[in-house]
Design a protein around this ligand. Sequence first.
Ligand SMILES: [Zn+2]
Length: 321
Amino acid sequence: MSLHFGLFATESGCVSGLLVDLGSRRPMHADFAPALTRKSEHVLPGATGPSPRRRGPRGPYRQTVIMRIELASEPAAPPAPNEDYAAVALPASGTGGAVVVLDGVTPPRDGDTGCVHGVPWFTARLGGAFLELAGAREAPLADCLAEAIRRTGAAHGPACDLTHRRTPQATVAAARWDGETVEHLVLCDAALLLERPDGAVRPVLDLRLSRLPRDRPAEEMRNREGGFFTAAADPEVAARAVVGGVPRTEVAALAALTDGMTRWTEVLGFGDWAALMQRVRKAGPRGVVAEVRAAEAADADRSRYRRGKVHDDASAVLVEL
Ligand SMILES: [Zn+2]
């Protein structure tokens, strides 16, 4: 399989990417034309070059779509840093792949996190370690997350108080697949959508945050028994993640989303999870980010859509298997 990956940035700071199997001959984003045309046998439909019907050395080119992956991550308010993390590993130890999406929890207003590191440092460390471990396929996803939390904790310095309730932390959505199974893991309010071949969509959600009693500040329930949990400094939290696995034949596509993207459903009410998945597949992660941003901008005083922040960092990875 010949895979190419490209990244590009928009004026708003959105970073997007698309990864394709060049053998699939699938229409691709025009921004990738320069990369693709470097290989004359792989060209965009309509571009000059060999006909798709041309025979290769060993017969007709493969026509089936093997895989399409797109990702986008846009900061809430540039030039403020993006506290999300989104990455994909292909293959993951020779087969399938792995996706990790994190949403770094915004520090309190007073900035007191007990740590000399910023949230973007934390999500880069945690996400990178988690992706590496998930890709190695030596342990279940929850164990990989626990080890990634452990490693990240060790990377803090002596001035960092890892017992601080607001120590840098993140919500998590991850998936790993091979020829047999699609494994998934969700912690806190990131989301993973699994689309079946018949189009039905199953959301994998950790509902603890949304089910907190309303008569107590959510902050009191952070990483506390009976409350909700984030990936912070305690590796044991990984065991509390929502995990599972489904046969790969039952998954046509998946999407990992931070809550800046799930706003499309949960805050803006544009449609249910199945509708969101359809939009992500049709418009791509960039297109859905644009829809969310447009709605937010039209409601800058937050009078129509209830939300804590006008904009939020928004990230999504779409995988069509
Ligand atoms: Zn630190």
